[in-house]
Design a protein around this ligand. Structure first.
Ligand code: CNA
Length: 354
């Protein structure tokens, strides 16, 4: 058995251990929700149908003010209630049950940590979530049911008070992160965690991406991701543990090592029963998926299509760079984004939008 996994399991099994998670879209891809930046499958590779000037525009507040339609199309597809948590979400929950979970910082807006049963005070949704909607002008609230009904009909929810657009409380590029994020990180960052588990994120969006760099030197940092990224690449520590692997298969292996497998399965089964959701797009949670190691240079080699819309692509990139230059997207690490976009463009697989 992998000695890194054994080390992680030993820490998790210890009484009084303290673990913090920093997670991103990669922990929800097995639920059927695409991430942003995975080549071919990521949202940014499949947004041609929304006719955007650059991929991030769909989550950009300035673009949204002028062209809200693209976001609402995507929001209808991504709205919570259609997806079940992944094995990894339930593993986080199990850490809570074992009293080792101190906090889970998530960039995800899908609320699947909560759906898996992680308590609200232990989850920090750094980029907000679909729980709540507000007018972008006067900030009046709108209840979820009304908002959903309007969007489902293909409409654009407008504020009954001032007629501004009403959007869910997810943080767009150009907007501030919730106060809860800053307040809790102020509190948590001084803590000596035993483990900081970073999973399913490219660590490309700031300020979230700085969190792993800010944990104390005595904390063992773990990266569970299909590729290396962020501070793990730029400022690696001797004690870092890199697992270039699927999140769910790693959860399965850790649960096996810890003797938690039965409880993990029970949580997953109970979750499925409880969430009797119409039209759930569940990819059966993986039991033994391959340990996919995606090396950066091999991604480039895969299926570059000659059918790309070169003009659109070039225009998109140029617009993206111009936007970044103007600091309109402060949260994005520019060079990395452009590099990722270039790769995504090489791998575009035009889908029919269903
Ligand atoms: P990202 O930039 O798309 O990166 C995802 C990372 O996860 C990549 O490095 C992938 O290689 C990796 N990955 C994908 N699937 C797996 C897997 N099964 N196992 C291990 N690794 C995997 O996404 P980030 O979260 O880093 O970017 C932050 C953005 C994404 C936030 O603003 C989110 O709001 C936004 N986002 C959220 C969701 C969601 O809520 N589910 C979906 C799409 C985007």
């Amino acid at each position: 058995m992998d000695s890194k996994l054994e080390h992680i399991a030993q820490v998790l099994a210890k009484d009084g251990s303290k673990v913090v998670f920093f997670v991103g879209a990669g922990i929800s891809t097995n639920c059927g929700i695409p991430d942003f930046r995975s080549p071919k499958t990521g949202l940014y590779s499949n947004l041609q149908r929304l006719d955007l000037p650059f991929p991030e525009a769909v989550f950009d507040i300035d673009y949204f003010r002028e062209n809200p339609k693209a976001f609402y199309t995507l929001a209808e597809e991504m709205y919570p209630g259609k997806y079940l948590p992944s094995r990894f979400h339930y593993f986080i929950r199990l850490c809570q049950e074992k009293h080792v979970l101190k906090r889970c910082y998530t960039q995800n807006i899908d609320t699947l940590e909560r759906v898996a049963g992680v308590k609200g005070d232990l989850v920090v949704e750094a980029h907000g979530s679909f729980t709540g909607n507000h007018c972008i002008d006067c900030h009046a609230g709108m209840d979820d049911e009304t908002w959903k009904k309007l969007v489902k009909k293909g409409g654009i929810p407008k504020c009954p008070v001032c007629h501004g657009y009403v959007k869910p409380d997810i943080v767009f590029f150009g907007e501030s992160l919730p106060a809860k994020f800053f307040d809790l990180w102020d509190e948590d960052s001084g803590d000596d965690y035993d483990l900081a588990i970073v999973a399913g994120t490219s660590l490309a969006v700031y300020p979230f991406a700085t969190l792993p760099a800010e944990v104390s030197k005595s904390t063992t940092r773990v990266l569970i991701n299909k590729e290396s990224c962020g501070d793990f690449e730029e400022n690696p520590r001797d004690s870092d543990l890199l697992l270039m692997a699927d999140c769910d298969s790693t959860a399965t292996k850790l649960a096996d090592l810890l003797g938690w497998s039965e409880e993990l399965e029970e949580l997953i089964e109970a979750g499925k029963k409880k969430l009797d959701v119409e039209g759930v797009k569940v990819k059966e949670t993986v039991k033994e998926p391959p340990q996919t190691i995606v090396k950066k240079d091999t991604k480039k080699e895969s299926s570059a299509s000659p059918l790309q819309k070169a003009e659109e692509t070039a225009a998109g990139l140029a617009a993206k760079v111009a936007e970044a230059e103007k600091e309109k997207l402060p949260a994005i690490k520019k060079d990395k984004e452009v590099e990722e976009l270039t790769k995504a463009i090489e791998n575009i697989d035009i889908k029919d939008g269903n």
